[in-house]
Design a protein around this ligand. Structure first.
Ligand SMILES: [Zn+2]
Length: 109
């Protein structure tokens, strides 16, 4: 993916708490030495093109497709789902991957 836009959030937009479930587990795992510092935990990750299958299949191989990723956590104070990070960019359609909600080959993190 050629990243054009990246943003991170660390506060629940509903109640203002910073007590996010996956982020707390991430801190605990780092403090206990289970994972290296800098490793990030999320409850859910979506990554791929937002195009529907018909639109994606009409695209020619080699065309650039918009791609997005969204990393989701949950607030432990109010239960709201919290988007912690997102990326928006582009990727090139190839012959080997044509499933709309999977990232096209060639995506780079
Ligand atoms: Zn909250």
């Amino acid at each position: 993916m050629w990243k054009k836009e990246h943003k991170e959030f660390d506060t629940c937009p509903n109640c203002g708490s910073k007590k996010l479930l996956a982020k707390m587990a991430q801190q605990e795992a780092i403090e206990r030495g289970l994972v290296k510092p800098g490793r990030k935990f999320f409850l859910y990750l979506f990554e791929g093109t937002p195009l529907d299958r018909a639109d994606f299949e009409r695209m020619l191989v080699g065309s650039r497709s918009p791609v997005v990723s969204a990393k989701i956590d949950m607030c432990t104070e109010c239960g709201a789902l919290v988007g912690r990070e997102y990326d928006k960019g582009e990727a090139v359609k190839t012959l080997t991957r044509d499933i709309p909600n999977l990232p096209p080959q060639g995506m780079v993190r």
